[in-house]
Each structure stands twice: as structure tokens, then as C-alpha cells.
Design a protein around this ligand. Structure first.
Ligand SMILES: [Ca+2]
Ligand SMILES: [Ca+2]
Ligand SMILES: [Ca+2]
Length: 165
């Protein structure tokens, strides 16, 4: 896992966008490098820019849901409502373009493995419903002050909250 450390630190906010912010957060959360990763702030800004539709500086439940669905649909290339392992493989080339072939392959494989762990019914693909079992409780965990909004400060905890139970 330590081999991935320099690659993770090479990830720019541009490649975070390519990876889809929530998946980038997963990668950060599950690598030992994430604690020192300078991109937690970049990631928070990116999630905010993609999710905060009315630009009031915080994400409410509706915006969260919409952002999660949008990211899911962007990766569901054939539009069948499932993320197949083939569709996850398709992340390879845009990520490789950002951080190089070798690192790109590793990061894409990491994302693929993480996503497929959500495949509860073991049909080899992840539905939005399965995906939501991760992202629904995540919103509540992020909303530390329980005001039904996730603000920029709360978003900084994203990688950490992603793996906490
Ligand atoms: Ca908002
Ligand atoms: Ca699909
Ligand atoms: Ca809050």
C-alpha cells in the first residue's frame, strides 16, 4: 500500500474531478498517505463546487442526493443503472492521462475494488441503491453540527468520514 503514496500525492484537483470526488475520497480514505495528503482541501472545494447547486456555501440533503446521482450517471456509460466492472475500467484512461499510465492503472484498480465492495447482491455490478448505502449515511456523518447542511469545514472530514462507521 505504501507504494501508492507518491502517486496519491501526485493527484491534482483536476484528476480528482476525473475520478469523481466521492471515489477520490474513498481512495484517500483507504490509503495510509491520506492523512498527509495536501488535497483534502482541494477535494472539499471540488465536492462543494459540484454539489452546491445554489452556491450558498453548503450542501443540503437534496443537493447531496443530486450530486451523488450525477456522479453515478456519469460513470454508468450504457445507462442501465448499474456500474459494471467494464465501466469502472473505463476510468483507466482519463486518470492515466492525468497522473501517468502506471499510477493511473493502480488508482483506477483501487477505485474499482472499492466500488465493487458495495456490490451487496454480488451480481458483479453496483446499482445506485447499493451505492447509496454508502452515500446516504455519509451525509449524516459529515453533518457534524446536525443543521441538515454540510458546509466547507465539515467537508474537510470527507475522507475520514467515508470509512468511519
Ligand atoms: Ca447549497
Ligand atoms: Ca452500466
Ligand atoms: Ca452541518
Amino acid at each position: 500500500m505504501n507504494d501508492i503514496q507518491p502517486m496519491i500525492s501526485a493527484i491534482s484537483s483536476v484528476s480528482l474531478r476525473v475520478m469523481k470526488p466521492l471515489f477520490a475520497a474513498l481512495v484517500l480514505a483507504t490509503t495510509p498517505a491520506f492523512a498527509s495528503f495536501p488535497g483534502a482541501e482541494a477535494l472539499a472545494k471540488l465536492v462543494e463546487s459540484e454539489f452546491d447547486l445554489n452556491a450558498d456555501g453548503k450542501i443540503d440533503q437534496g443537493e447531496w442526493q443530486a450530486g451523488v446521482e450525477k456522479g453515478f450517471k456519469e460513470m454508468d456509460l450504457d445507462g442501465d443503472g448499474l456500474l459494471s466492472s467494464k465501466e469502472l475500467d473505463a476510468l483507466n484512461s482519463p486518470i492515466a492521462e492525468e497522473i501517468g499510465d502506471f499510477a493511473g492503472k493502480i488508482v483506477a484498480a483501487l477505485i474499482k475494488n472499492l466500488v465493487l465492495t458495495m456490490d451487496a447482491d454480488k451480481d458483479g455490478a453496483v446499482s445506485l441503491k447499493e451505492y447509496s448505502t454508502l452515500t446516504d449515511p455519509l451525509f449524516a456523518r459529515l453533518d457534524a453540527n446536525k443543521d441538515s447542511n454540510v458546509d466547507s469545514a465539515e467537508l474537510l472530514e470527507l475522507p475520514m468520514k467515508m470509512i468511519s462507521k
